[in-house]
Design a protein. Structure first.
Length: 272
């Protein structure tokens, strides 16, 4: 179990409710609620979390919190030992402007089960439709994030577009030491810092559409607010200025072609 914990047991007690009553009020499956109550789930759909929060009259940050003590010295995911390499692990970093389709590429690769692991970063931003706890991020409130900073759990953390993002140190150290390859999406600054920290263990991949003007439409289509879009577009000039420091460039105009390009890179780097 990672440091992400469901606080359902406490919330039920505080509200004088039990699981059967919550089933009736929220419409959520009884087994799912018992698993959340016992912290036997690593991820839950956003729709389920929202229904539970509505029934309990609580916020998402009250229901799902991060406890640094639960993850001390351990990675935040379970690595599949059948994909352990007879060498040190490598970290494949995907970066580029917002709306370039980085998460789409990663999800496509994850669906192929090629033995390249994905380690979610932590963030204080809200979940978007279709996201769940642990994919693509571990979602925590600001107080929990600050506790992790104080516990020196991050390789780096940064405030981007008004939200905090942090990279969990022990997870990447563990992956390299134990022979696990990792795929990671992160902002341009974070990508370049990974190279400084882990040197030759890191491969940097920059993703962008051929026509940068399409980014505004993509951001709007995925539901970003006007202010978020303004901030993200403002950052593009800086991100593009760092493009030549990356090892590979993928033009993501067509997802299937971009996925093939990513697979070709992994093949060239001896992963596949």
């Amino acid at each position: 179990m990672t440091g992400v914990q469901f606080q359902l047991n406490r919330l039920l007690f505080e509200r004088g409710m039990n699981v059967p009553a919550l089933v009736k009020k929220s419409g959520v499956n009884r087994n799912t609620l018992y698993a959340m109550k016992n912290n036997a789930l690593s991820r839950v759909d956003l729709d389920v979390l929202e229904r539970v929060c509505n029934a309990l009259l609580c916020s998402l940050s009250e229901l799902v919190v991060y406890d640094p003590a639960e993850s001390e010295e351990r990675p935040v995911i379970r690595f599949d030992s059948s994909f352990r390499r007879e060498r040190e692990g490598r970290i494949f970093i995907i970066s580029g402007p917002s709306g370039a389709g980085k998460n789409t590429l990663i999800n496509q690769l994850k669906s192929l089960h090629l033995g390249v692991h994905y380690i979610p970063s932590f963030t204080t931003r809200s979940l978007r439709p279709g996201e769940v706890q642990g994919n693509p991020y571990h979602f925590v409130d600001l107080e929990s994030f600050q506790k992790m900073i104080e516990a020196h759990e991050f390789l780096e953390y940064e405030q981007i577009h008004g939200n905090y993002y942090g990279t969990h140190a022990k997870s990447y150290e563990y992956a390299i030491q134990h022979g696990y390859d990792v795929l990671k999406d992160i902002d341009v600054n974070g990508a370049l810092n990974f190279r400084k920290w882990f040197h030759d263990h890191v491969v940097l991949i920059y993703v962008r559409p051929t026509d940068l003007s399409t980014l505004q439409r993509r951001l709007s289509d995925r539901g970003d607010s006007d202010e978020d879009i303004r901030l993200r577009l403002k950052r593009i000039e800086f991100e593009e200025s760092k493009r030549d420091e990356f090892d590979y460039l993928i033009y993501n105009d067509d997802v299937s072609l971009a996925r093939k390009s990513l697979l070709d890179i992994l093949t060239a780097e001896g992963v596949l």
